[in-house]
Ligand binder design. Structure first.
Ligand code: GDP
Ligand code: ZN
Length: 370
């Protein structure tokens, strides 16, 4: 018998398959299955508890036993966990399975620390409206965030019905494609239903999120993908989006063809957080050019033998790209510098605590308590 087809069919018939359960998660979960625990995926978190989809249906669970000191490891929507098979209401989450990807944002400027917004996302769909001039810098910012999370970005140019001329449309697509190396660029019109099937096929089966500016058409896309009106679509005149709400309390929503969409508060307006790797991936052609710079740490400012500036001079690299790259790198370094201060402070606290614990242990030994 073909073992691989056997295991594939056993995961695809798994009750959680439509929520993204696959062989990888099955393998990760195996030790906990041995302990009689149930796998579950977090659909919502609030007040130290969460709602989980499990093979036994949706259950309420307490996260008390898995509360970490690191805010980045707090249970969040999209996480896979091991939970008590039965017991009281709530049950207890026993383990958080290691994340494949994570969306993180920096919180208030006073205390810079990461806040985890969504976990285990496969595709980050970046909605960009064709109703207004495309802001490539903004697209790059969302791309950096997406790459940094570990998810594959997909750019969706929405409201394509507003650009009826196919030549103009193809130029717009080309512009975005050169801005987004390694990223599929699609056009859709929710109004006419064009391109939605291509998007659905691309993100289907896995976990996706929608990113993009307010008014970009995310709610409209979400409703189209979900096949039901889960999100309030903003009236065109409701410029600030006040009064918009989702008609569900779930943050993880099953797509009709399999897979899920995560929509958590905060994810839509997310900014960069320690996204140097992500920024690098957005500007992969600049990083490749930089291999040809004379100095390894070339900042592409005024150093001699700079291959990046040479590419700008020869017209190979648009100056806008280099400026945008610098801007995002600077912004990111500023965030990292703030974070480092916090990390240093935390380490100091750690040392103090450990020092105190060490003293107490020595004292105990001296008195012969052990
Ligand atoms: P969000 O803020 O990103 O969630 O954007 P919405 O989904 O609320 O959409 C903002 C506006 O764009 C609404 O007035 C929608 O009706 C409109 N819109 C969304 N998709 C399309 C489309 O495909 N074509 C046109 N013409 N308008 C659209
Ligand atoms: Zn250089």
């Amino acid at each position: 018998m073909n073992l691989s087809s056997l295991s594939a069919s056993s995961t695809s018939s798994h009750p959680l398959a439509q929520y993204g359960w696959d062989e990888g998660w099955e393998a990760e979960f195996a030790p906990y299955a041995g302990q009689g625990l149930l796998p579950g995926r977090v659909v919502r978190v609030d007040r130290g508890q969460c709602d989980l989809v499990t093979p036994a249906g949706t259950v309420r669970a307490d996260t008390e036993f898995v509360v970490p000191r690191d805010p980045m490891k707090v249970v969040c929507t999209g996480d896979w966990v091991a939970v008590d098979p039965e017991g009281g209401d709530p049950r207890y989450v026993r383990t958080l399975l290691p994340r494949r990807t994570a969306f993180v944002r920096s919180t208030s400027s006073k205390r810079s620390e990461g806040q985890i917004l969504a976990a285990n996302v496969d595709h980050a769909v970046i909605a960009v409206s064709l109703a207004v001039e495309v802001d490539l810098g903004r697209v790059e910012r969302f791309l950096a965030l997406a790459w940094e999370s570990g998810a594959q970005p997909v750019v969706v140019l929405t409201k394509a019905d507003l650009v009826p001329d196919p030549v103009t449309l193809s130029y717009l697509v080309q512009d975005v494609e050169t801005t987004a190396p390694g990223v599929p660029v699609l056009t859709v019109s929710a109004l006419h239903g064009d391109g939605l099937d291509v998007l659905a096929a691309m993100v289907g089966g896995g976990t996706c999120v929608l990113l993009g500016q307010s008014g970009a058409g995310k709610s409209t896309l979400a409703n189209a993908l979900l096949g039901e009106d889960v999100m309030d679509v903003r009236a065109a005149r409701d410029v600030d989006g006040k009064g918009r709400h989702t008609t569900t309390t779930r943050n993880l929503l099953a797509l009709p063809g399999g897979g899920v969409l995560i929509d958590t508060p905060g994810l839509r307006g997310v900014g960069l957080f320690d996204a140097e790797t992500g920024v690098g991936q957005v500007f992969s052609e600049i990083q490749e050019l930089a291999d040809g710079c004379r100095f390894q740490d070339c900042a592409h400012e005024s150093e001699p033998g700079c291959a990046v500036r040479a590419a700008v001079d020869s017209g190979e690299l648009p100056p806008r790209r280099l400026e945008s790259y610098r801007k995002l790198m600077r912004e990111n370094q500023w965030i990292v510098a703030k974070t480092d201060a916090r990390v240093r402070a935390e380490l100091r606290r750690d040392w103090k605590r450990r020092g105190a614990a060490g003293k107490a242990a020595m004292e105990a030994k001296r008195r012969g308590w052990r």
